[in-house]
Design a binder for this molecule. Sequence first.
Ligand SMILES: [Zn+2]
Length: 163
Amino acid sequence: MKTCPECLNKVNDIVRVCKYCGHIFHSQPLAPPAPVKRTLPKLSFTCSLIIALAVLATLSVVYYASVDGFRSQPKPTADPATPIDAVIMCDQFVKDILKAPKTAEFQNVYQAESTETTPDNFTVTSYVDAENVFGALIRTSFTCKVRYVGNDEWQLDDLEIDE
Ligand SMILES: [Zn+2]
């Protein structure tokens, strides 16, 4: 139904002339429906605030978690060198100069004497059993001074071998 603009009576949509007053409807097509605007229901201020805070809190947690995760990862250079590390390194340095390193049997690293004289400087006293040029197994005692220079690198400062 449509409303006649002249007499305000309701007439059938399809008629061209109002049956009440004779008003002529122009044969214009039906007006397209007015665009319907849809908007999200407006959130109340409090509601928006809560959501904003929740988002902020989540971001903060993520941020601090990542910062924390970063901090909790120790840098390799920050690894403190231990006396045991020093013994292992001294064994390596001694092995380098042995005539038959494959036969080398070092004293247990936990039984070797290792003292940190100054920070990152170690003096190790230990021994190695290895074959000499004649194939005889002999024990060689050594005193080794090593220094941890960082980045998993050690420097040999002194090596005394008691043959
Ligand atoms: Zn009319």
